[in-house]
Design a protein around this ligand. Structure first.
Ligand SMILES: [Zn+2]
Ligand SMILES: [Zn+2]
Length: 379
Protein backbone atom coordinates (compact mmCIF):
# COMPACT_ATOMS: atom_id res chain seq x y z
CA UNK A 1 0.00 0.00 0.00
CA UNK A 2 1.69 3.20 -1.18
CA UNK A 3 -0.37 5.83 0.70
CA UNK A 4 -2.45 5.95 3.87
CA UNK A 5 -4.45 9.08 3.00
CA UNK A 6 -5.73 10.50 -0.27
CA UNK A 7 -7.40 13.64 -1.61
CA UNK A 8 -11.13 13.29 -2.29
CA UNK A 9 -14.07 15.44 -3.37
CA UNK A 10 -16.75 14.96 -0.72
CA UNK A 11 -20.27 16.13 -0.13
CA UNK A 12 -19.73 17.43 3.40
CA UNK A 13 -23.16 18.79 4.31
CA UNK A 14 -26.77 18.64 3.16
CA UNK A 15 -26.76 22.02 1.42
CA UNK A 16 -26.11 23.42 -2.07
CA UNK A 17 -22.44 23.73 -3.06
CA UNK A 18 -21.12 21.63 -0.14
CA UNK A 19 -18.72 19.65 -2.34
CA UNK A 20 -15.18 20.09 -1.04
CA UNK A 21 -11.71 18.67 -1.45
CA UNK A 22 -10.86 16.81 1.80
CA UNK A 23 -8.10 14.44 2.79
CA UNK A 24 -9.52 10.96 3.51
CA UNK A 25 -8.09 7.59 4.54
CA UNK A 26 -7.33 5.22 1.65
CA UNK A 27 -10.13 2.61 1.93
CA UNK A 28 -9.31 -0.89 3.18
CA UNK A 29 -10.62 -3.67 0.92
CA UNK A 30 -12.85 -6.59 1.88
CA UNK A 31 -11.94 -10.11 0.63
CA UNK A 32 -14.15 -9.78 -2.48
CA UNK A 33 -12.97 -6.24 -3.28
CA UNK A 34 -10.30 -4.57 -5.38
CA UNK A 35 -8.42 -1.35 -4.62
CA UNK A 36 -8.09 0.93 -7.64
CA UNK A 37 -5.84 4.00 -7.95
CA UNK A 38 -7.90 6.58 -9.85
CA UNK A 39 -6.40 7.97 -13.05
CA UNK A 40 -9.35 10.14 -14.17
CA UNK A 41 -13.06 10.57 -13.43
CA UNK A 42 -15.83 12.24 -15.41
CA UNK A 43 -18.48 14.65 -14.15
CA UNK A 44 -22.06 13.46 -14.64
CA UNK A 45 -25.30 15.44 -14.75
CA UNK A 46 -26.26 13.60 -11.56
CA UNK A 47 -23.13 15.02 -9.87
CA UNK A 48 -24.62 18.43 -10.58
CA UNK A 49 -27.79 17.33 -8.77
CA UNK A 50 -25.51 16.53 -5.85
CA UNK A 51 -23.71 19.85 -6.12
CA UNK A 52 -27.06 21.68 -6.12
CA UNK A 53 -28.47 19.46 -3.34
CA UNK A 54 -31.53 18.53 -5.40
CA UNK A 55 -34.49 16.76 -3.83
CA UNK A 56 -33.84 13.69 -6.03
CA UNK A 57 -30.55 12.68 -4.34
CA UNK A 58 -31.12 13.79 -0.74
CA UNK A 59 -32.42 10.45 0.57
CA UNK A 60 -29.42 8.51 -0.73
CA UNK A 61 -26.87 11.02 0.59
CA UNK A 62 -28.51 11.39 4.00
CA UNK A 63 -28.43 7.59 4.41
CA UNK A 64 -24.88 7.17 3.09
CA UNK A 65 -23.51 9.95 5.33
CA UNK A 66 -25.59 8.98 8.38
CA UNK A 67 -27.10 12.49 8.15
CA UNK A 68 -23.67 14.00 7.49
CA UNK A 69 -21.90 12.64 10.52
CA UNK A 70 -19.25 12.12 7.81
CA UNK A 71 -18.87 13.17 4.17
CA UNK A 72 -19.58 11.02 1.10
CA UNK A 73 -17.06 10.90 -1.74
CA UNK A 74 -18.76 11.76 -5.06
CA UNK A 75 -18.04 10.43 -8.56
CA UNK A 76 -19.00 7.24 -10.40
CA UNK A 77 -17.49 7.45 -13.91
CA UNK A 78 -13.77 6.69 -13.89
CA UNK A 79 -10.73 4.69 -14.86
CA UNK A 80 -7.67 3.67 -12.89
CA UNK A 81 -5.18 0.94 -12.09
CA UNK A 82 -5.58 -2.06 -9.80
CA UNK A 83 -3.23 -1.82 -6.81
CA UNK A 84 -4.60 -4.55 -4.52
CA UNK A 85 -6.81 -7.61 -5.03
CA UNK A 86 -8.81 -9.26 -2.22
CA UNK A 87 -8.31 -12.94 -1.39
CA UNK A 88 -11.81 -13.99 -2.51
CA UNK A 89 -11.99 -12.13 -5.81
CA UNK A 90 -13.50 -14.34 -8.50
CA UNK A 91 -14.88 -13.96 -12.02
CA UNK A 92 -15.03 -10.47 -13.49
CA UNK A 93 -17.01 -9.22 -16.52
CA UNK A 94 -19.05 -12.46 -16.38
CA UNK A 95 -16.15 -14.10 -18.22
CA UNK A 96 -14.15 -16.75 -16.29
CA UNK A 97 -11.31 -16.48 -18.83
CA UNK A 98 -10.54 -12.88 -17.78
CA UNK A 99 -7.97 -12.76 -14.98
CA UNK A 100 -7.49 -9.62 -12.92
CA UNK A 101 -3.94 -8.64 -11.98
CA UNK A 102 -2.28 -5.81 -10.08
CA UNK A 103 -1.48 -3.05 -12.58
CA UNK A 104 -4.49 -3.75 -14.83
CA UNK A 105 -6.18 -0.68 -16.32
CA UNK A 106 -9.85 -0.80 -15.27
CA UNK A 107 -13.16 1.06 -15.16
CA UNK A 108 -16.30 -0.03 -13.32
CA UNK A 109 -20.02 -0.51 -13.49
CA UNK A 110 -21.36 2.11 -11.07
CA UNK A 111 -24.34 0.06 -9.90
CA UNK A 112 -23.25 -2.39 -7.22
CA UNK A 113 -25.91 -5.11 -7.51
CA UNK A 114 -26.92 -7.77 -4.97
CA UNK A 115 -26.70 -10.86 -7.21
CA UNK A 116 -29.57 -12.43 -5.22
CA UNK A 117 -32.85 -10.73 -6.16
CA UNK A 118 -35.26 -11.98 -8.86
CA UNK A 119 -33.88 -9.52 -11.42
CA UNK A 120 -30.23 -10.38 -10.69
CA UNK A 121 -30.99 -14.09 -11.02
CA UNK A 122 -32.84 -13.59 -14.33
CA UNK A 123 -30.26 -11.66 -16.35
CA UNK A 124 -31.59 -8.20 -15.44
CA UNK A 125 -28.98 -6.95 -12.98
CA UNK A 126 -29.43 -3.38 -14.26
CA UNK A 127 -32.81 -3.30 -12.48
CA UNK A 128 -31.61 -5.02 -9.26
CA UNK A 129 -33.98 -4.08 -6.44
CA UNK A 130 -31.08 -3.66 -3.98
CA UNK A 131 -28.61 -1.76 -6.15
CA UNK A 132 -26.22 0.72 -4.57
CA UNK A 133 -24.78 3.47 -6.76
CA UNK A 134 -21.20 4.51 -6.13
CA UNK A 135 -20.77 8.20 -5.34
CA UNK A 136 -24.33 8.34 -3.93
CA UNK A 137 -25.07 5.26 -1.81
CA UNK A 138 -21.39 4.59 -1.03
CA UNK A 139 -18.07 6.38 -1.47
CA UNK A 140 -17.24 7.21 -5.07
CA UNK A 141 -14.38 7.81 -7.47
CA UNK A 142 -13.53 11.51 -7.09
CA UNK A 143 -10.58 10.43 -4.99
CA UNK A 144 -7.08 9.04 -5.03
CA UNK A 145 -8.40 5.48 -4.61
CA UNK A 146 -11.65 3.50 -4.59
CA UNK A 147 -12.44 0.07 -3.13
CA UNK A 148 -15.05 -1.88 -5.11
CA UNK A 149 -16.42 -5.43 -5.31
CA UNK A 150 -14.67 -7.23 -8.16
CA UNK A 151 -18.11 -7.98 -9.66
CA UNK A 152 -18.21 -4.28 -10.74
CA UNK A 153 -14.76 -4.15 -12.26
CA UNK A 154 -14.29 -3.87 -16.01
CA UNK A 155 -10.85 -4.54 -17.50
CA UNK A 156 -9.94 -2.04 -20.24
CA UNK A 157 -7.67 -2.55 -23.20
CA UNK A 158 -4.31 -1.32 -21.84
CA UNK A 159 -3.92 1.18 -24.72
CA UNK A 160 -7.37 2.78 -24.32
CA UNK A 161 -6.83 6.55 -23.85
CA UNK A 162 -7.63 7.48 -20.25
CA UNK A 163 -10.17 10.21 -21.10
CA UNK A 164 -12.16 7.71 -23.19
CA UNK A 165 -11.81 5.00 -20.51
CA UNK A 166 -13.27 7.43 -17.95
CA UNK A 167 -16.49 8.02 -19.91
CA UNK A 168 -17.47 4.41 -20.65
CA UNK A 169 -20.11 4.32 -17.92
CA UNK A 170 -22.19 7.22 -19.35
CA UNK A 171 -21.36 6.02 -22.86
CA UNK A 172 -22.93 2.75 -21.71
CA UNK A 173 -26.11 4.63 -20.76
CA UNK A 174 -26.20 6.01 -24.29
CA UNK A 175 -25.43 2.57 -25.75
CA UNK A 176 -28.18 0.92 -23.73
CA UNK A 177 -30.64 3.61 -24.92
CA UNK A 178 -29.53 4.00 -28.54
CA UNK A 179 -28.82 0.36 -29.33
CA UNK A 180 -31.89 -1.10 -27.60
CA UNK A 181 -33.47 -1.29 -31.06
CA UNK A 182 -31.07 -2.04 -33.95
CA UNK A 183 -30.31 1.24 -35.75
CA UNK A 184 -28.74 -0.04 -38.97
CA UNK A 185 -30.53 1.62 -41.93
CA UNK A 186 -33.02 3.27 -39.56
CA UNK A 187 -34.10 6.91 -39.50
CA UNK A 188 -33.43 8.23 -36.01
CA UNK A 189 -34.32 11.41 -34.15
CA UNK A 190 -32.65 12.45 -30.88
CA UNK A 191 -34.28 14.97 -28.55
CA UNK A 192 -31.71 16.68 -26.31
CA UNK A 193 -27.96 16.81 -26.91
CA UNK A 194 -26.51 16.80 -23.43
CA UNK A 195 -23.51 14.46 -23.19
CA UNK A 196 -25.67 11.29 -23.26
CA UNK A 197 -27.71 12.58 -26.22
CA UNK A 198 -24.48 13.49 -27.99
CA UNK A 199 -23.00 10.04 -27.27
CA UNK A 200 -26.22 8.53 -28.65
CA UNK A 201 -25.72 10.50 -31.86
CA UNK A 202 -22.19 9.08 -32.17
CA UNK A 203 -23.55 5.55 -31.61
CA UNK A 204 -26.41 5.99 -34.13
CA UNK A 205 -23.93 7.17 -36.77
CA UNK A 206 -21.38 4.45 -36.01
CA UNK A 207 -24.11 1.78 -35.97
CA UNK A 208 -25.14 2.70 -39.52
CA UNK A 209 -28.35 4.68 -39.04
CA UNK A 210 -29.54 5.87 -42.46
CA UNK A 211 -30.45 9.34 -41.21
CA UNK A 212 -29.96 11.09 -37.86
CA UNK A 213 -31.86 14.22 -36.83
CA UNK A 214 -31.32 15.99 -33.52
CA UNK A 215 -33.37 18.64 -31.73
CA UNK A 216 -31.56 20.89 -29.24
CA UNK A 217 -32.02 24.38 -27.80
CA UNK A 218 -28.34 25.26 -27.22
CA UNK A 219 -26.52 26.72 -30.24
CA UNK A 220 -23.16 25.45 -28.94
CA UNK A 221 -24.49 21.91 -28.89
CA UNK A 222 -26.12 22.29 -32.32
CA UNK A 223 -22.71 23.27 -33.69
CA UNK A 224 -21.02 20.31 -31.98
CA UNK A 225 -23.63 17.88 -33.36
CA UNK A 226 -22.89 19.10 -36.88
CA UNK A 227 -19.15 18.55 -36.29
CA UNK A 228 -19.89 14.98 -35.20
CA UNK A 229 -21.79 14.35 -38.42
CA UNK A 230 -25.48 14.50 -37.42
CA UNK A 231 -27.38 14.95 -40.71
CA UNK A 232 -30.03 17.45 -39.62
CA UNK A 233 -29.96 19.54 -36.46
CA UNK A 234 -33.05 21.51 -35.48
CA UNK A 235 -32.51 24.45 -33.13
CA UNK A 236 -35.44 24.38 -30.70
CA UNK A 237 -36.90 27.62 -29.39
CA UNK A 238 -37.62 28.08 -25.69
CA UNK A 239 -41.30 28.99 -25.67
CA UNK A 240 -42.87 30.88 -22.76
CA UNK A 241 -46.64 30.97 -23.17
CA UNK A 242 -48.91 27.96 -23.76
CA UNK A 243 -49.68 29.23 -27.29
CA UNK A 244 -45.98 29.58 -28.08
CA UNK A 245 -45.31 26.10 -26.75
CA UNK A 246 -48.08 24.55 -28.84
CA UNK A 247 -46.80 26.31 -31.97
CA UNK A 248 -43.22 25.25 -31.25
CA UNK A 249 -44.29 21.61 -30.77
CA UNK A 250 -46.06 21.64 -34.15
CA UNK A 251 -43.09 23.30 -35.84
CA UNK A 252 -40.60 20.76 -34.44
CA UNK A 253 -42.78 17.73 -35.25
CA UNK A 254 -43.18 18.91 -38.85
CA UNK A 255 -39.43 19.54 -39.26
CA UNK A 256 -38.56 16.14 -37.74
CA UNK A 257 -40.95 14.32 -40.10
CA UNK A 258 -39.64 16.26 -43.10
CA UNK A 259 -36.00 15.56 -42.16
CA UNK A 260 -36.63 11.82 -41.77
CA UNK A 261 -38.88 11.66 -44.82
CA UNK A 262 -41.95 9.49 -45.47
CA UNK A 263 -44.09 8.98 -42.38
CA UNK A 264 -41.46 10.14 -39.85
CA UNK A 265 -38.48 8.54 -38.06
CA UNK A 266 -38.39 4.84 -37.16
CA UNK A 267 -36.85 5.47 -33.74
CA UNK A 268 -36.97 8.49 -31.40
CA UNK A 269 -34.46 8.78 -28.54
CA UNK A 270 -35.91 11.08 -25.87
CA UNK A 271 -32.87 12.17 -23.86
CA UNK A 272 -34.05 15.52 -22.46
CA UNK A 273 -36.95 14.76 -20.09
CA UNK A 274 -38.72 17.92 -21.25
CA UNK A 275 -42.48 17.21 -21.52
CA UNK A 276 -42.72 18.92 -24.93
CA UNK A 277 -39.85 16.79 -26.24
CA UNK A 278 -41.55 13.63 -24.95
CA UNK A 279 -44.72 14.65 -26.79
CA UNK A 280 -42.71 15.48 -29.92
CA UNK A 281 -41.00 12.09 -29.78
CA UNK A 282 -44.30 10.23 -29.47
CA UNK A 283 -46.04 12.29 -32.17
CA UNK A 284 -43.22 12.49 -34.71
CA UNK A 285 -42.27 8.77 -34.97
CA UNK A 286 -43.89 6.86 -37.79
CA UNK A 287 -46.81 4.48 -37.21
CA UNK A 288 -45.32 1.39 -35.56
CA UNK A 289 -42.30 3.45 -34.52
CA UNK A 290 -40.27 3.16 -31.34
CA UNK A 291 -39.61 5.68 -28.58
CA UNK A 292 -36.77 5.31 -26.12
CA UNK A 293 -37.59 7.08 -22.83
CA UNK A 294 -34.35 8.06 -21.07
CA UNK A 295 -34.54 11.73 -19.97
CA UNK A 296 -35.93 12.24 -16.46
CA UNK A 297 -38.75 14.75 -16.13
CA UNK A 298 -38.37 17.55 -13.54
CA UNK A 299 -41.46 16.49 -11.62
CA UNK A 300 -42.76 12.93 -11.85
CA UNK A 301 -45.89 13.66 -13.95
CA UNK A 302 -46.25 13.56 -17.71
CA UNK A 303 -49.58 13.88 -19.49
CA UNK A 304 -50.15 12.25 -22.85
CA UNK A 305 -51.61 14.66 -25.36
CA UNK A 306 -53.77 11.95 -26.97
CA UNK A 307 -52.91 8.53 -25.57
CA UNK A 308 -55.39 6.52 -27.70
CA UNK A 309 -54.44 8.10 -31.02
CA UNK A 310 -50.71 8.51 -30.47
CA UNK A 311 -49.85 5.30 -28.62
CA UNK A 312 -52.56 2.67 -29.24
CA UNK A 313 -53.86 3.42 -32.74
CA UNK A 314 -50.35 4.31 -33.90
CA UNK A 315 -49.02 1.04 -32.49
CA UNK A 316 -45.80 2.52 -31.11
CA UNK A 317 -43.43 0.99 -28.54
CA UNK A 318 -42.25 3.12 -25.62
CA UNK A 319 -39.21 1.63 -23.88
CA UNK A 320 -37.80 2.99 -20.61
CA UNK A 321 -34.02 2.71 -20.19
CA UNK A 322 -31.98 2.78 -16.98
CA UNK A 323 -28.29 2.12 -16.45
CA UNK A 324 -26.41 -0.41 -18.55
CA UNK A 325 -27.11 -4.11 -19.12
CA UNK A 326 -24.44 -5.89 -17.07
CA UNK A 327 -22.30 -6.75 -19.01
CA UNK A 328 -23.84 -6.88 -22.51
CA UNK A 329 -23.77 -3.09 -22.82
CA UNK A 330 -20.14 -2.90 -21.66
CA UNK A 331 -19.06 -5.31 -24.42
CA UNK A 332 -20.88 -3.14 -26.99
CA UNK A 333 -19.10 -0.08 -25.60
CA UNK A 334 -15.77 -1.89 -25.85
CA UNK A 335 -16.43 -2.63 -29.53
CA UNK A 336 -17.24 1.04 -30.14
CA UNK A 337 -14.24 2.58 -28.36
CA UNK A 338 -11.88 0.30 -30.30
CA UNK A 339 -12.82 2.15 -33.53
CA UNK A 340 -10.56 5.18 -34.20
CA UNK A 341 -13.37 7.17 -35.90
CA UNK A 342 -15.61 6.66 -32.86
CA UNK A 343 -12.79 7.82 -30.55
CA UNK A 344 -12.40 11.00 -32.62
CA UNK A 345 -16.12 11.77 -32.37
CA UNK A 346 -16.21 10.98 -28.62
CA UNK A 347 -13.23 13.27 -27.98
CA UNK A 348 -15.25 16.15 -29.45
CA UNK A 349 -17.93 15.54 -26.79
CA UNK A 350 -15.28 15.79 -24.02
CA UNK A 351 -14.78 19.55 -24.03
CA UNK A 352 -12.61 19.87 -20.90
CA UNK A 353 -9.97 17.81 -19.09
CA UNK A 354 -9.19 19.56 -15.77
CA UNK A 355 -7.06 18.95 -12.68
CA UNK A 356 -9.50 17.61 -10.04
CA UNK A 357 -8.93 20.68 -7.87
CA UNK A 358 -10.70 22.76 -10.53
CA UNK A 359 -13.93 20.74 -10.36
CA UNK A 360 -16.02 23.63 -9.05
CA UNK A 361 -15.42 25.91 -12.05
CA UNK A 362 -16.09 23.00 -14.39
CA UNK A 363 -19.38 22.19 -12.68
CA UNK A 364 -20.47 25.84 -12.76
CA UNK A 365 -19.79 26.01 -16.53
CA UNK A 366 -21.57 22.68 -17.03
CA UNK A 367 -24.62 24.02 -15.15
CA UNK A 368 -24.76 26.91 -17.61
CA UNK A 369 -24.69 24.46 -20.52
CA UNK A 370 -21.32 25.81 -21.71
CA UNK A 371 -19.55 22.45 -21.73
CA UNK A 372 -19.82 18.93 -23.05
CA UNK A 373 -18.43 16.14 -20.89
CA UNK A 374 -15.80 17.16 -18.31
CA UNK A 375 -13.04 14.77 -17.24
CA UNK A 376 -11.13 15.37 -13.98
CA UNK A 377 -7.50 14.32 -13.92
CA UNK A 378 -6.40 12.64 -10.67
CA UNK A 379 -2.84 11.85 -11.64
ZN1 LIG B 1 -23.47 9.29 -14.38
ZN1 LIG C 1 -30.23 -7.80 -7.19
Amino acid sequence: MPDSTMPSIQMTAGEPGALEVREAPVPAIKPDEVLIKIRAAAVCGSDLHLYQWDESIRGKLNRASDNFKHGVIAGHEFCGHVVEIGSEVGTIMDDPSVKLEVGDFVSAESHVVCGKCYQCLHGEKHVCVNDKIIGFDRDGAFAGYIALPSSCVWKNDPDLPYEIAAIQEPLGNAMHAAAHFPLKDQRVVIFGLGPIGMFSAVIALMHGAKHVTAVEVSETRVKLAKEIGVHDVILGKIARSDEERAAERERVQKLVREAAGEDGPDVALEMSGHPDAITNAIKSVRRGGKVIAFGLTKGSAYTFDDYSTDVIFKGITVQGIIGRRIYDTWYKVRDLVRIPEARDKLRKVITEVLPYTEFRGGMERMLKGETGKIVLNFE
